[in-house]
Design a protein around this ligand. Structure first.
Ligand SMILES: Cc1cc2nc3c(=O)[nH]c(=O)nc-3n(C[C@H](O)[C@H](O)[C@H](O)COP(=O)(O)O)c2cc1C
Length: 196
């Protein structure tokens, strides 16, 4: 909480469109941990802000598509971000990168100076850990500060209980600690007021 008693507002998003996405499950755990740590959470699903593939001609002719405008508004309203993304071919899924690329366009900068915490889940043994440095690089280009720690969930098909909670107490603790670290980050409440 800041001096005025305002809770930090965190946008939580999974970089997958899949209904049964492991990363959606993981970000819901992250959102719960963020709330427990004292944040106000805006849990967004990528399909709520569906947008076409980035096309410079489309942007020149029509400006940002409605999905990108809606995504930017949600990013602008947040003091910080928590992302859980799949790993596709050792990197960020094109759908998620496309959304970030659109959001980096237009007048208003909705990223600069904000803080983000990263997670990944994969049914494989590496837990999406090869995607994370790529997402760190992209967000660094946008002047986002990254929490140094991260959470990766390997063997994700066995990682969640039927109620959506994490089966491993160790992983649940890692998510809790990541959320606490993000909420305790002093830069979180120093992010620019956007006026939106
Ligand atoms: C195009 C594509 C590439 C993939 N590449 C990787 C990969 O490099 N590493 C990995 O661990 N899983 C890879 N996978 C498997 C995903 O981790 C798996 O589909 C996972 O369930 C996606 O995350 P989600 O459950 O949140 O949708 C790939 C899947 C697709 C569709």
């Amino acid at each position: 909480m800041d001096e005025a008693g305002r809770k930090p507002r965190v946008l939580a998003l999974a970089g997958s469109l899949r209904r049964e996405s492991f990363n959606k499950k993981l970000i819901r755990c992250g959102a719960e941990a963020l709330r427990a740590a004292g944040a106000e959470v805006d849990l967004l699903e990528l399909e709520e802000v569906a947008m076409p593939l980035y096309d410079g001609d489309l942007e020149s002719e029509k400006g940002l598509p409605p999905g990108a405008v809606a995504f930017k508004r949600r990013l602008a309203l947040a003091d910080g971000f928590m992302f859980a993304s799949p790993e596709y071919n050792f990197s960020i899924p094109g759908t998620f990168k496309n959304a970030i690329d659109w959001a980096s366009r237009g007048e208003e900068d909705v990223f600069s100076g904000k803080v983000a915490a990263l997670m990944a889940a994969s049914p494989g043994g590496a837990g999406g850990m090869r995607m994370i440095p790529h997402l760190r690089q992209v967000l660094t280009a946008l002047d986002v500060w990254l929490v140094p720690s991260q959470v990766t969930v390997a063997k994700a098909a066995e990682a969640f209980n039927p109620d959506g909670s994490l089966a491993s107490a160790h992983t649940a603790k890692q998510v809790k600690e990541l959320a606490e670290r993000l909420v305790a980050e002093p830069r979180l409440l120093r992010s620019k007021e956007t006026g939106l």
